[in-house]
Design a protein around this ligand. Sequence first.
Ligand SMILES: [Zn+2]
Length: 111
Amino acid sequence: MRIKIGRHFWEIVTVKELPENDGETRFNSGALVPRQIALCETDEEMRYTLFHELIHAASFDERLGLTEKQVLGLERWFKKFEKNHDLSELLDAYGELPHKKNKQESTKKCT
Ligand SMILES: [Zn+2]
């Protein structure tokens, strides 16, 4: 899967194995090659590993310099959060995403 965040593309790939972790964020792909997030296909918590790697991506993009400990803390917090809440539903309750809003507006125009 390829996703766009800001002006950069990130490619999310699954791999058979990674040497040290369940996930890996690869920044040094060069300008024309998308940045990459690799996830180990045997990881039972791939959802949270992806979230973890996205935090690394955010830290890189926004030059936050988050440490591994800080990223792990945010991942742990998100796991706790998700036990009782759906993040997208909660956020939508206080304002929809621009692309969702536009869809509704274009539907309205047709009626
Ligand atoms: Zn990490």
